[in-house]
Structure formats: structure tokens, C-alpha cells
Design a protein around this ligand. Structure first.
Ligand code: NAD
Length: 441
């Protein structure tokens, strides 16, 4: 049993879980749905503990913590419970004539074994629990490693998960680099990592030692293209809500706006209005506005504020880890704010001549995790869909695609590999075994 007082060594946890998996205990549908129901009970009975921890780590309001982390995960569980049996059903395949009419073929969905889930700090509950839902639903034993940069949430998960779930099949290992490094030396059957590309490479290298498959949910700069002749008041409202949720610390947040100079000029005052409409005249005093996770990220973000002309915001308070919702205009594509994923509440506006240049701008850079298009033109939307590559594509509404359980959520290129949510999690955490049967008679 894992207890907070005597943390279990990674090697012991993995060995214990592997022994459980070998008994076959995690395979029956009843065990899987039972664990999902226990996890659901944790979220409904102890959601307040998690919300308190999320507030301590990131200043998340109760409403936001419930909407984006706790209720989000409950919905993922409910969707999985509703469909799991159907997703696990063997699928038959047509058999070629040379095998005879009595031969049959199908795929069987097998669990992988013992999987490792490494979570980041920005949605520290959701991004640990949603992969856990998929891994358990697929019949695996699971080691989860919460982010040390969200210590209150990490502690809450380490306390609550063993109280609700089968402790011989689910282990929580807390810690930072040394603990994760020790975990990565173990052999897993799958590693699911969410975080940045630098650590993603470390994870993939470690996984290669054991030929372990990986899912890498990474980030990057997700552009928002705003076409001319669009309803800019609506665009501004949606950009502001998508960008400044969790103080911009969202992997699929619009990173920057890409538009033509006239549209940019028209958009500026509307973005200012939208920030005030959503966060009030003093966002620091607004309970629904999050804080920057730590001083290191605060200092990094404060250093990006000089990259353009401030349209709104710019204020900051290090002692409170507060950085105002900020919009920068006249931003040079080579300025510091455009050289890294912002991952904070700064929205630069970069201008291009038009659609052709916008498409080139996107294609000249790493493939983003999400690409947003605000345009009424079917032609423009179709061209961007056909001529760019991104993990997801959102027309008219940022972030929302990841709340659709039947859509795969994941990146491409520098923004990651593999995907999850709903049945896509079953694909990620299972092996589809090919089976052929030919009667002996
Ligand atoms: P983080 O610093 O919390 O790191 C993520 C995990 O990696 C943590 O559990 C941490 O302990 C571990 N880790 C850190 N250094 C390590 C090392 N040297 N060796 C082994 N493990 C190590 O989170 P982060 O990377 O700062 O998260 C932000 C990034 O994550 C952004 O790029 C963001 O876009 C991306 N992100 C992606 C998604 C997605 O779903 N695609 C979601 C959230 C965040």
C-alpha cells in the first residue's frame, strides 16, 4: 500500500502492479467499470478537496476548477462507462478466399499491462485523471506521477486516489526530476507524458531502452487567424475567454493573433472591451482570474511584456504571482514573445498581408497543437484545413474541441504524438490483437 508517510520506491510500485496485472485482475469489464465508478465517487465526494488544492496551486476559482478539471473528468468517465463495452467488442475482418469459407478473422482489444502517466502542473488534476480514465478503462495497471509544480494538487491526489482505487493496480508516485528519472528507468508497457518538448525527448529516449510506446501531449504556439469582414466583437470575446482562462496557462490557448493590419486596428479596442467585460476593471481583484504557477514562470512572462505596444493590461505583481490579461500590438515575428510558447496571459497581435501569408507564417513554424480560424468564408476555412497541419482545428471557438469526447485530442510534429479522450484513449492504452481461426475439421 502507498501511504504518504512511507513513499513507495518506483521499482517496488512497478513490480507490485505488474504482479497484479499478471493475475488478470484488471481485465474483466466489471473491474474496469468498478474502478471508473470509484474514481467518479472520488470526484463527486471529494471534489472540494481538489478544488481547494487547485486554488492553492494556481489561484483557480471553485467554478473554474470544477468546470475545467473535476466536472470535465466526470464527463469523460460517464462517456466511457456508457460506451466501454461497445469499444471493447472484437471487430471482425473479411477473410480472403484462399483461406476458405470456414475461416474467420477479428481483432481483440487487449490491455497493454503497466502504464505510466506523467502529468503537468497547469490542469494538474484533469491532465492526470483523464489519461487514468482511459488507462483503467483499457484494463491496465497504472502508475501516475503528478506534477511537483502543483504541490497541493499532487498531495491531494496522492492521498485520495489510494483511498478510492484498487491500490494493487494503481500507484501514485510523487516527486520531481529524480523521482521521474527513477520511474523512467523501469520498464512500462506504455508511457503517457503531458508537458514540454524538452522533457518529452527525455521520456522518449528512456522509453526507447525498453521499446516502450509513448504518447506525448506537448504544446507550442497555437495561432488564431482572424479574417477580414468577421464579427470582431464576437471574435474578441471568444479570444479573451479562450486565452485568459487559467491565466493563459492552457496548452491549447490561442498563443497569438494573426491578421491583416486593418483588422488588427479594429480588433484592438474590442479586445480591450472584452477583457474589461469578462474580468472587470481590476482583474487582480476578480475571483475568477488565476495566478501564474511560480516565480520562474512569472519572471519569464514579465520579460516578454516589452515585445510590443500594450493595448490592454501589462500590470503585474510578483508577490501575488499576478499578471494582468495583456494584449500586445505591433509585435515583430522575431520578438521574444514570438520565439517561445507564451503559456501565460499575453496575447500578441502579429500582422500579415492576408490569407496566403498567414498560411505561410503557420507552415514556416512548428506544427501547432491547435489552430483557430475566425472566418465566415468557407473557402478560407477549407484552405486552412487543407494547407496547414495542426493537432486540432477550431473554427470560431478556441479550446472547445478538446471537450468533445469523441474527438481525438493530441498533437502532431513538435506538438506531440498520439491522442486520447473517449474511445481514442482505448486505442492508445490497448493493443489490437489480430486473430485468425480456421476449424481443424
Ligand atoms: P511540468 O514542468 O509540470 O512537467 C511535466 C512533467 O514532467 C512533470 O510531472 C515533471 O515532474 C516531469 N519532468 C520535468 N522535468 C523532468 C526531467 N528532467 N525528467 C523527467 N521528468 C521531468 O510541466 P511543463 O512541461 O512546464 O508543462 C507545460 C508544457 O506542457 C507546455 O508546453 C504546454 O503546452 C504543455 N501541455 C500540453 C498539454 C497537452 O495536452 N498537449 C497539456 C498541458 C500542457
Amino acid at each position: 500500500m502507498t501511504t504518504a508517510a512511507t513513499p513507495e520506491q518506483p521499482a517496488d510500485a512497478v513490480a507490485r502492479l505488474r504482479a497484479t496485472f499478471r493475475t488478470g485482475r484488471t481485465k474483466p469489464l466489471a473491474w474496469r467499470t468498478g474502478q471508473l465508478r470509484r474514481l467518479r465517487a472520488l470526484l463527486t465526494e471529494r471534489g472540494a478537496d481538489l478544488a481547494t488544492a487547485l486554488h492553492a496551486d494556481l489561484g483557480k476559482s471553485d467554478t473554474e476548477a470544477r468546470r475545467t478539471e473535476i466536472d470535465f473528468t466526470v464527463r469523460e468517465i460517464d462517456h466511457t462507462l456508457d460506451h466501454l463495452e461497445e469499444w471493447l467488442r472484437p471487430e471482425s475482418a473479411p477473410v480472403p478466399a484462399h483461406l476458405g469459407a470456414d475461416a474467420s478473422a477479428w481483432t481483440q482489444v487487449d490491455p497493454l499491462g503497466v502504464v505510466l502517466v506523467i502529468a503537468p502542473w497547469n490542469y494538474p488534476a484533469q491532465l492526470l485523471l483523464a489519461p487514468l480514465v482511459g488507462a483503467l478503462a483499457a484494463g491496465n495497471a497504472v502508475v501516475v506521477k503528478p506534477s511537483e509544480l502543483a504541490p497541493a494538487t499532487s498531495a491531494a491526489l496522492a492521498r485520495l486516489l489510494p483511498a478510492y482505487l484498487d491500490t494493487d493496480a494503481v500507484a501514485v508516485v510523487e516527486g520531481g526530476v529524480p523521482e521521474t528519472t527513477a520511474l523512467l528507468a523501469e520498464r512500462f508497457d506504455h508511457i503517457f507524458y503531458t508537458g514540454n518538448g524538452t522533457v518529452g525527448r527525455i521520456v522518449m529516449r528512456a522509453a526507447a531502452e525498453h521499446l516502450t510506446p509513448v504518447t506525448l501531449e506537448l504544446g507550442g504556439k497555437s495561432p488564431a487567424f482572424v479574417d477580414r469582414d468577421t464579427d470582431l466583437a464576437v471574435v474578441a470575446d471568444r479570444l479573451v475567454r479562450g486565452k485568459f482562462l487559467n491565466a493563459g496557462q492552457t496548452c491549447v490557448a490561442p498563443d497569438y493573433v494573426l491578421t491583416d493590419p486593418e483588422t488588427a486596428a479594429a480588433l484592438e479596442p474590442l479586445l480591450k472591451d472584452a477583457v474589461e467585460a469578462v474580468y472587470g476593471p481590476d482583474p487582480q481583484a476578480f475571483a475568477g482570474y488565476s495566478r501564474i504557477v511560480d516565480e520562474r514562470h512569472f519572471d519569464r512572462l514579465a520579460g516578454l511584456l516589452g515585445s510590443g505596444r500594450t493595448v490592454v493590461g501589462g500590470g503585474h505583481d510578483r508577490a501575488d504571482r499576478y499578471l494582468a490579461p495583456t494584449v500586445l500590438a505591433d509585435v515583430d515575428p522575431d520578438s521574444p514573445v514570438m520565439r517561445e510558447e507564451i503559456f501565460g496571459p499575453i496575447l500578441p497581435i502579429v500582422t500579415v498581408a492576408g490569407l496566403d501569408e498567414a498560411i505561410d507564417f503557420v507552415n514556416d513554424r512548428d506544427k501547432p497543437l491547435a489552430l483557430y480560424v475566425f472566418s465566415e468564408s468557407d473557402g478560407t476555412r477549407a484552405r486552412i484545413a487543407a494547407e496547414t497541419s495542426s493537432g486540432g482545428l477550431g473554427y470560431g471557438l478556441p479550446l472547445a474541441h478538446l471537450t468533445v469526447s469523441d474527438l481525438p485530442f493530441g498533437g502532431v510534429g513538435e506538438s506531440g504524438m498520439g491522442s486520447y479522450h473517449g474511445r481514442w484513449s482505448i486505442e492508445t492504452f490497448s493493443h489490437r490483437k489480430a486473430v485468425l481461426a480456421k476449424p481443424l475439421g
